[in-house]
Design a protein around this ligand. Structure first.
Ligand code: NDP
Length: 399
């Protein structure tokens, strides 16, 4: 059916590539292009026996001209951006120049400021509309499936959703005192930023990890979770009718938090460049270089993740409570695609989102967050492609 150009070849990309190859009816041909070509070639060698035709290329995705040349030579139907958030705008620029659809899993961040907002990418709306191409923003799990879950609930079970809590629990154990489950630089920027949530149309800011709750997660048990800022709060508060309060919580173990605090206290999480032996280095980037590569955690991570949305609102004048979530097992993911569940739960939705665009189900000119599309075909695809979901109308609520 179509051709996809996949940019990036890290933990998440590896899952996207495996899943595209499993879905060769839709992904007849893929090109894997990244900064380090040897990683792309390694995956190509491993997966080349199947029906999906695979080629590879080296690309610096910070360079729009290089991207344009690559897109013009391969002529993909969609570009799946699973490099880093820093590359979102250059890749969108290249898609615009070549009139090709675009999908990513994280909002643009400038490299020198840990600022999480959609304004930069939403500014492309009119240009994408005029060019007749679709951009799907934030199509991982969170953001991504959490937006689809909410849109599904809004479509089928609510007239209005007033309270939304997104709960992200990773109960996996990799045996290291400290490691991050996806790109360490991006992960630490996110969790060391101030927390925030939306109440009555206004952002309320908190200190990092200031608000803690304990929640009894289905199939996992009780875990400490902390309120974080998360990018989907911004789009969901606008796109979902009736929202009064929206919050995001993520679980962290004590060892992770103690190490993070210590690293922060000594300045290792700073993104301000320093001079070291006549060379400019960014402490957080140096830290990334000494931490375990998230892609190496797969074989050693055991346990499960549970990510979902708890909603309260009204249908036909009556109060409704609803919880929809997915539970994913790290070892099962490893057996299937040699990745841990964090990369898996991000990569599978990215493949599904690209499939939605290629099959025309999510094809409309402009720049959209996932909750602005029909959730039903995506919800079906989650069940089919490895992320089955469960629902209950009697959930434990978060106070
Ligand atoms: P990794 O660091 O494992 O992989 C990033 C890849 O991008 C690497 O292959 C890297 O190349 C490549 N890359 C970086 N810069 C460039 C560049 N300038 N040009 C070309 N390629 C480049 O990250 P992850 O796989 O863990 O994360 C990928 C994305 O997924 C991130 O944007 C992250 O924020 C997002 N994410 C989203 C989640 C969600 O639920 N929505 C959850 C988890 C992650 P090299 O190999 O040379 O380093």
């Amino acid at each position: 059916m179509g051709k996809a150009l996949i940019i990036g070849c890290g933990g998440v990309a590896s899952v996207v590539i495996h899943k595209c190859c499993q879905n060769s009816e839709v992904f007849e041909e893929i090109m894997i292009a990244s900064r380090t070509k040897s990683k792309c070639d390694k995956l190509k060698d491993k997966l080349s026996g199947g029906k999906t035709k695979i080629s590879t290329a080296q690309v610096n995705a910070d360079n729009v001209d290089e991207l344009i040349a690559l897109i013009n030579s391969f002529k993909p139907d969609i570009v799946i951006n699973v490099a880093l958030p820093y590359q979102d705008l250059t890749i969108m620029d290249a898609c615009l120049a070549c009139k090709v659809d675009y999908l990513d899993t994280a909002n643009y961040e400038p490299e020198d400021t840990a600022k999480f907002e959609y304004s930069w990418q939403w500014a492309y709306r009119e240009r994408f509309e005029k060019a007749g191409i679709t951009a799907v923003l934030g199509c991982g799990f969170d953001p991504g499936v959490t937006g689809v879950f909410t849109a599904y609930a809004a479509k089928h079970y609510f007239d209005e959703i007033n309270y939304l809590d997104i709960l992200d629990c990773n109960a996996g154990d990799h045996g290291y005192p400290f490691a991050t489950n996806f790109n360490p630089e991006i992960n630490i920027r996110e969790v060391s930023a101030n927390g925030s949530y939306i109440e009555d149309g206004k952002w309320v800011e908190t200190k990092p990890m200031e608000i803690k709750r304990v929640y009894n997660f289905p199939e996992i048990g009780e875990k400490d979770m902390y309120l974080l800022h998360h990018e989907e709060l911004e789009s969901l508060a606008i796109n979902i009718k009736g929202i009064k309060r929206i919050r995001f919580f993520m679980t962290f173990g004590q060892s992770y938090l103690t190490h993070l605090k210590c690293l922060e206290n000594v300045g290792m999480t700073s993104i301000k460049p320093i001079n070291y032996n006549g060379m400019e280095i960014v402490p957080l980037q140096f830290l990334k270089a000494v931490l375990p590569d998230p892609a190496s955690l797969g074989p050693r991570t055991v346990g499960k993740t549970n990510i979902g949305c708890i909603m309260q609102g009204k249908k036909d004048g009556k109060d409704v409570k609803y919880y929809v979530y997915n539970v994913c097992d790290h070892q099962e993911c490893y057996k299937e695609v040699e990745s841990q569940a964090i990369s898996y739960t991000t990569g599978v939705p990215a493949m599904i989102g690209a499939m939605m665009v290629l099959t025309g189900k999510w094809k409309k000119p402009g720049v959209y967050n996932v909750e602005e599309f029909d959730p039903d075909p995506f919800m079906d695809a989650l069940n089919k492609w490895g992320l089955p979901w469960k629902e209950t109308f009697d959930p434990e609520l978060v106070d």
